[in-house]
Design a protein around this ligand. Structure first.
Ligand code: ATP
Length: 235
């Protein structure tokens, strides 16, 4: 399996604060990879550097063979990023929002295919024609994931994808993420939720104070620490 994402000695300095301290990890094609860590550990900063939204201070990041600094336009074509605090235009219906977003990427037959895929993936049933302002958090998250997947990215990056959701909605979102990976898309998520990363991710990296302190499959990490679950490994 080849690597969809490679980070080598990546640093990020904000003013006089070193938020990410020369980290290394790679994500294989088709893998669901979890970046876990406490508040302020450097997860969002790392995701935003991968997405070309933040300048890397030092080191290199390669997405499907493209260097994020030298080939940012190429990277943007094959990546999608769903920030934790993202939202959709509340005065549009779900269908209108999907059509509006699809129009950025395609026209003609391809546009219609993209819209159909977005509607199917959002799984909103007849609420697709209700205004986004009336959606629950779970419905909103499904709509946003569908939008993120419409341009068919090779690497989907999702920040705190289930934060603020109840158990059922969080379960449903995890099922959607599994489906995305089954289609061959590489998925990188950030999370505080150990249960979530253990059930969802093929491999995880723990970041703390800007350093990767552990990386491996949930099974490897549990064995190393003789733990029953990932919470026991990291807490
Ligand atoms: P959370 O889970 O709370 O979102 P995180 O792991 O995503 O946390 P980051 O948001 O990447 O952490 O922040 C890492 C560190 O960098 C923190 O100390 C934060 O205060 C700092 N930081 C983040 N953005 C900036 C910025 N624009 N300017 C200065 N410092 C920043």
């Amino acid at each position: 399996m080849t690597d969809a994402l490679i980070l080598k000695d990546v640093r990020k300095i904000y003013g006089d604060r070193e938020a990410v301290k020369g980290i290394n990890f790679s994500v294989k094609e088709g893998e669901i990879f979890g970046l876990i860590g406490p508040n302020g550990a450097g997860k969002t900063t790392t995701l935003r550097m991968i997405c070309t939204l933040l300048q890397v201070t030092d080191g290199s990041i390669t997405v499907c063979g493209h260097d994020v600094m030298k080939e940012a336009d190429e990277v943007r074509k094959i990546i999608s990023y769903l920030p934790e605090d993202s939202g959709a235009y509340k005065d549009l219906t779900g269908r209108q929002y999907i059509r509006f977003m699809a129009a950025f990427f395609a026209d003609g037959e391809k546009f219609q295919q993209m819209v159909d895929k977005g509607i199917e993936m959002s799984n909103l049933g007849d609420r697709i024609d209700s205004k986004v302002s009336t959606y629950s958090k779970g419905m909103m998250r499904r709509l946003l994931i569908a939008r993120a997947m419409m341009p068919e990215p090779r690497l989907a990056i999702m920040d705190e994808i289930t934060s603020g959701l109840d158990v059922m909605n969080a379960y449903e979102i995890r099922e959607i993420v599994r489906g995305i990976a089954k289609e061959g898309v590489t998925v990188l998520i950030s999370s505080h939720n150990m249960f979530e990363v253990e059930s969802l991710c093929n491999r995880v990296a723990m970041i703390n104070h800007g350093d990767i302190v552990e990386c491996g499959t949930p099974a490897e990490l549990k064995e190393k620490y003789n733990a029953n679950n990932l919470e026991e490994v990291f807490v």
